[in-house]
Design a binder for this molecule. Structure first.
Ligand code: 9D3
Length: 262
């Protein structure tokens, strides 16, 4: 996978490639990465990349001509690339989009600054506009890094089998279960007993139950319309019965919350 990033802050992108999994992916040849400074394509003594908006208003707009020249150069360096504009008007990025992008030979990321880029850049050169979500960044660079990060870990050979990048169809739309490492007690809080038991079947069951419970509590939107496994249906029924018991016997019964081990 070849990444070319067009930005007025190339050092920001380069430092991202120099660390962690991105660096390893570069060293192994899984990715090839290049940052292009848009300012290098700005003609004139002051190398300006922005200008005042037609129609007035506050803020500046990225001039089309330096951007167009930078995109042409990027396309020579990465033939067949998909050109991506990071913008608040883009499609919301998700894992399905990451998978789609990971299957392409090369990606060119256009990072806007100021109020945005001249609309004719999107019309003439951009294949796909991506947003990270409904919050305001100061430019596209952080979004481009997020997309490259999500795409790179899906490329063959980048991760060990420890994650296999994607898991089975049930696990995919669930939050992760809680994780614990040593010590067994920290600030008076113990690690759940079952995880220390060495009973691998019980541990696996606890993790699936914990993942389901956390998803239900924190992201119920992920469960609406989801396909539940028979095991998950059984767990939800057990919690449902427990809740009914609490509702109908407010003073009696177990003082414990519904347990995630059934
Ligand atoms: C007048 C309103 N503008 C500022 C509040 C709109 C605006 C222009 C440019 C808001 C943000 C930006 C810069 N953002 C990005 O380039 C960007 C972004 C984002 O802000 N949020 C989520 N995803 C992305 S992808 C690129």
């Amino acid at each position: 996978m070849k990444f070319v990033v067009l930005t007025i802050f190339p050092e920001l992108i380069q430092s991202f490639w120099e660390n962690g999994i991105m660096r390893r992916a570069g060293n192994s040849g899984a990715i090839e990465a290049e940052a292009i400074n848009i300012r290098d394509f700005a003609l004139g003594r002051h190398r300006v990349t922005d200008d005042r908006p037609y129609g007035g208003g506050c803020g500046m707009v990225m001039k089309p001509d330096p951007l167009a020249a930078a995109i042409q150069t990027a396309r020579h360096k990465a033939p067949g690339a998909t050109t991506v504009l990071l913008s608040p008007q883009g499609r919301r990025f998700d894992q399905a989009m990451a998978r789609d992008l990971a299957g392409r030979p090369a990606l060119i990321f256009v990072c806007g600054r100021y109020e945005g880029v001249d609309e004719r850049i999107s019309e003439l050169f951009v294949d796909l506009e991506i947003s990270l979500g409904d919050f305001v960044l100061t430019g596209g660079e952080v979004a481009a890094m997020a997309v490259m990060d999500a795409v790179t870990r899906l490329l063959p050979g980048v991760l060990g089998n420890e994650d296999s990048a994607e898991q089975d169809s049930f696990n995919r739309q669930r939050l992760d279960h809680a994780h614990f490492t040593r010590p067994p007690e920290f600030e008076g809080r113990a690690v759940p007993e079952v995880l220390l038991s060495g009973h691998h079947d019980q541990i696996a069951l606890w993790r699936r139950a914990d993942a389901l419970l956390r998803t239900f509590a924190r992201r119920p939107d992920l469960l609406r319309g989801a396909t539940l496994s028979p095991e998950e249906i059984a767990l939800l029924r057990a919690w449902h019965r427990e809740l009914e018991r609490i509702i109908h016997h407010p003073d009696g019964g177990s003082p414990d919350p519904p347990s995630s081990d059934g």
